[in-house]
Design a protein around this ligand. Structure first.
Ligand SMILES: Cc1cc2nc3c(=O)[nH]c(=O)nc-3n(C[C@H](O)[C@H](O)[C@H](O)COP(=O)(O)OP(=O)(O)OC[C@H]3O[C@@H](n4cnc5c(N)ncnc54)[C@H](O)[C@@H]3O)c2cc1C
Ligand SMILES: NC(=O)c1ccc[n+]([C@@H]2O[C@H](COP(=O)([O-])OP(=O)(O)OC[C@H]3O[C@@H](n4cnc5c(N)ncnc54)[C@H](O)[C@@H]3O)[C@@H](O)[C@H]2O)c1
Length: 482
């Protein structure tokens, strides 16, 4: 990539994760001259330490499990996973933590790159501390977008920092599988990594202080916990009070209250993430780093002249790559349209909901997949969230295993589908699918939920036989007749 000599652009973006890249792409297509500032690798967390390597590590064991569930195929897979090959395939997905191909993409998309740590230093000004220590001042004529992601949250536990705990970064980049690992936390990161470590042969202990995957429907969290337990994962209730790393290199974790201590080779902390707003200079432009608020075009509230945007994990709205990229499309288009004068820049002018300039679906229409065994695919509101929001609801559950397509898919297929129905408007507010390979069934539900397709029209969306999607018909029949 050729080094740019200018220091002024229409739009400056801090953070070249998937989200920053998409803001840049859409704004550039809208005619803006755009630069992106990146402190580590272009591509961000998802490409190198999150979505891609974790899913690459999970896939081999799902394929093996799937083959073992089909008589006739199972005999052909007598062996175990080839751990070295699994790790090597993972490394391929991260391009061995080399971002050259993503840098080439920036170049081809006409987006400039400045490497270094970016900090706001006043209105539309970003100071970049470059790898050689020099500071380069960049100025934006229209807008700055902060897309710096999120960082792991560490609980206060005596000795934790000294014990050098793993986070999802060390886990997804591991070169050897530890013989045992204790995982603190019961969210998505913990559940997916427990699945990975167990499938690769580690002894796994999960230390959870509340229900596993507690934000999901109980049908999902119960199924994943049962499956992890059946695979040999040990569950311990509580939260660590102290951790020490011994001379043998292993860790000892105290839980307090006379509970027996846990010993393992490594401790992995997966207790949530928080917006990466520290050392970003937000306070120089009057924004409290712990209270960053955006409208649906991702414009930061309370900034003089309304030139600052925040997009992706940094907003804490939905810590998911696809949702951050969706916000990025809205923000990139809104920034370009405001620069062109085709969209109002007035602080009071909120973008029209469901327009190109608004990330409206963030509020009640977010899809996500937990890639455990079984998989959990969800969109929209859970039954609890729908009730809390005051919607009149009915829950309709259906046994996915009793659908003909599922019986063909895997012998003894086990799974459940839950629809949360708004009984007044007769639309689906949320859906949860639990079972093998349900991730690929999610998008039909996303369309139904986002488009608010009436149940009586969904009746005419005929699922092909014999596929697992026939569960849609069963859900609608149950809603009508049961
Ligand atoms: C283990 C794990 C697995 C996940 N799996 C999935 C999944 O399967 N599907 C899914 O949708 N989501 C998944 N996620 C969530 C997903 O990774 C995030 O939602 C996504 O990466 C957020 O993108 P982002 O661009 O906002 O932030 P990031 O990807 O974190 O990018 C931010 C970028 O900003 C840079 N940066 C930060 N501060 C500065 C600064 N001051 N100056 C310059 N550069 C800076 C960083 O180096 C980084 O490159 C997973 C997360 C984890 C932890
Ligand atoms: N497949 C995916 O899409 C995927 C995969 C991984 C991560 N993510 C995203 O990353 C985000 C972060 O995930 P996460 O799992 O790190 O966070 P989380 O907020 O989902 O879960 C944190 C867990 O840690 C527990 N916890 C917190 N403090 C604790 C303590 N002191 N002791 C014991 N337990 C404690 C909480 O009870 C909770 O179970 C998620 O919101 C998710 O959107 C998505």
């Amino acid at each position: 990539m050729t080094e740019s000599t200018t220091d002024t652009w229409d739009l400056i973006i801090i953070g070249a994760g998937a989200v920053g890249e998409n803001v840049a792409d859409y704004a550039t297509k809208g005619g803006l001259r755009t630069v992106i500032v990146e402190a580590e690798l272009v591509g961000g967390e998802c490409s190198y330490w999150a979505c891609m390597p974790s899913k690459a590590l999970l896939r081999p064991s799902s394929v093996l499990t799937a083959a073992r569930r089909v008589a006739g195929a199972s005999a052909a897979v007598a062996g175990d996973l080839d751990v070295a090959a699994v790790l090597e395939r993972r490394t391929g997905f991260t391009s061995a933590w080399d971002d050259s191909s993503q840098v080439s993409w920036l170049d081809s998309a006409g987006i400039d790159l400045v490497r270094g740590h970016g900090r706001l230093a006043g209105e539309r000004i970003v100071d970049v501390t470059q790898p050689d220590g020099t500071v380069r001042r960049l100025t934006a004529t229209h807008a700055v977008a902060v897309c710096t992601g999120s960082t792991p949250t560490f609980p206060t536990i005596d000795g934790l920092a000294e014990a050098k705990p793993w986070t999802s970064r060390e886990a997804t980049a591991m070169t050897e599988v530890p013989e045992s690992i204790a995982i603190v936390g019961g969210g998505v990161v913990a559940a997916e990594l427990a699945t990975i470590f167990r499938s690769l042969g580690a002894e796994v202990t999960m230390i959870i202080r509340s229900r596993l995957l507690g934000s999901l429907e109980d049908i999902a969290s119960d199924a994943v916990r049962t499956s992890l337990e059946e695979s040999g994962v040990r569950f311990v209730s509580g939260s660590p009070s102290a951790v020490t790393r011994g001379d043998d290199g292993g860790v000892r974790i105290e839980l307090g209250d006379d509970a027996p201590a846990i010993e393992a080779r490594e401790i992995l902390v997966a207790t949530g993430r928080h917006p990466a707003t520290s050392d970003l200079g937000l306070e120089t432009v009057g924004v409290n780093p712990t209270d960053l608020r955006v409208d649906d075009s991702m414009r930061v509230a309370g900034v003089h002249d309304d030139w600052l945007y925040a997009v992706g994990d940094i907003t804490g709205r939905a810590l998911l790559t696809h949702q951050g990229k969706y916000q990025a499309r809205a923000a990139g288009l809104a920034i370009a349209a405001r620069a062109a004068g085709t969209l109002s820049s007035a602080p009071s002018a909120r973008p029209e909901p469901w327009s190109d300039y608004a990330a409206t679906a963030d509020h009640e229409h977010v899809p996500s997949v937990v890639f455990t065994e079984p998989e959990v695919a969800t969109v929209g509101l859970t039954s609890r969230a729908a009730a809390d929001a005051g919607y009149p609801t009915r829950i309709v559950d259906y046994d996915l295993g009793s659908v003909a397509g599922a019986a063909v898919h895997a012998d003894g297929y086990a799974g459940t589908v839950r629809a949360v129905i708004d009984t007044e408007r007769r639309i689906i507010l949320g859906m949860t699918f639990v079972g093998q390979d349900v991730s690929e069934m999610l998008h039909a539900a996303t369309i139904a939920v986002v488009a608010q397709v009436p149940l009586d029209r969904l009746w005419h969306a005929v699922p092909a036989y014999p596929t697992m999607n026939e569960v849609w018909l069963r859900i609608l029949e149950t809603e009508r007749y049961a």
